[in-house]
Ligand binder design. Structure first.
Ligand SMILES: C[S@@+](CC[C@H](N)C(=O)[O-])C[C@H]1O[C@@H](n2cnc3c(N)ncnc32)[C@H](O)[C@@H]1O
Length: 333
């Protein structure tokens, strides 16, 4: 199986091989894995400690590790993931319809198990930071008639998914690249160097400072269909800042703006990967410290062969100083 960096962000270059028996043994990466930058090597070391602990303590994790490692060695695994990637990259109408319905079923399952999509009586509101095709937003609006809804999502013209919400509901969605929400993230125009490769793409404020929502959905994942090549030169191994850091940019812009605009006591739903990795655990811990309840749910209707799962944080005290500290930290990433 083709090797990738531990969190599926950038593929290679930078760090050199880390010959890491532990991470290879539990199937977190293949034998040719390379950490792409120094910070990643540091988090790999911490992940290794977590993995050693869980291996010693949990039979289920030992079984999972064995299965994952076999996956790395199997060409059938390669084929299955290739098929999965092809489906994810296919933006035609039938696939979009299928994905829209699937997202609706995931939302229903999440709601059945955790009550995630329940909101207080009106006036209440939902913010979805990566919303298309719209299955989550549709479920939130159906379960909470008359709620305010705001959704952002990458423009289909830039490789994003289409908006499949019904004509009644579709106007709540705005197409934009959330990783370009510089003003919302507190970056002043003057702080953006004129020669930055994406200088012209950064966006003015989209959410007012006082905008607050009862439910915030952070379900974005990086799309291979998006062109993020600005600033890369022509050499075959050339990488730009987005090749290296897009995973973190997308994750932390959703977390930072999501928590900042969550009404105290509200609910945050976040897509995460690989519960045993250090960066994921840090996110879970940060949210657990300020929430009445945090649950991790792996849907049965999808995500079954992937490392992804949802975190549902309820009763989040978004006004707590630790929440402000988390927002500041995530904005600074
Ligand atoms: C799994 S889909 C979300 C599905 C959605 N929760 C639903 O219920 O239909 C991931 C979404 O992330 C969006 N996305 C990926 N990168 C983005 C970016 N940089 N800015 C905005 N949206 C982005 C994609 O366009 C896609 O709509």
């Amino acid at each position: 199986m083709k090797d990738i960096s531990i969190d599926s962000s950038s593929q290679d270059g930078g760090g050199g091989p880390i010959h890491d028996e532990t991470l290879v043994r539990v199937g977190l990466c293949g034998p040719a894995y390379q950490a792409s930058h120094l910070a990643q090597r540091e988090t790999d070391e911490k992940t290794k400690e977590v993995v050693k602990y869980v291996l010693a303590e949990a039979e289920e994790f030992r079984t999972l590790s064995e299965l994952r490692r076999k996956g790395w060695e199997s060409s059938d695994g390669d084929k299955a993931f290739q098929e999965q990637r092809k489906r994810a990259d296919n933006l035609d109408k039938d696939v979009s319809e299928f994905n829209y319905k699937l997202m609706g079923r995931i939302a229903e399952e999440l709601h059945r198990v955790t009550g995630a999509f329940a909101m207080p009586p009106r006036p209440c509101g939902v913010l979805d930071l990566c919303a298309a095709p719209g299955g989550f937003l549709n479920t939130a609006m159906r379960l909470n008639p008359g709620c305010r809804a705001v959704g952002f999502s990458l423009d289909p013209a830039e490789g994003g998914y289409s908006n499949l919400l019904s004509p009644f509901r579709r106007r709540c969605m705005k197409f934009l690249d959330v990783t370009m929400l510089a003003a919302d993230m507190g970056v002043a125009d003057d702080d953006i160097p004129a020669d930055h490769p994406d200088a012209a793409k950064f966006l003015p404020r989209q959410l007012a400072e006082a905008d607050a929502f009862d439910l915030v959905l952070c379900d974005g994942h990086i799309l291979r269909t998006q062109d993020r090549s600005a600033g890369r030169d022509a050499s075959p191994n050339s990488k730009n800042y987005r090749d290296l850091y897009e995973l973190y940019r997308l994750k932390y812009v959703q977390l930072a703006l999501g928590l900042e605009h969550l009404r105290p006591g509200g609910t945050l739903v976040v897509l995460l990967h690989k519960a045993e990795t250090w960066t994921t655990l840090c996110t879970v811990r940060r949210l657990a410290r300020i929430s009445r309840q945090v649950r991790l749910h792996k849907p049965r209707v999808s995500h079954t062969t992937r490392s992804s799962f949802y975190l549902v944080a309820q009763g989040v005290d978004s006004a707590h100083p630790e929440a402000a500290a988390a927002v500041a930290k995530w904005k600074a990433v």
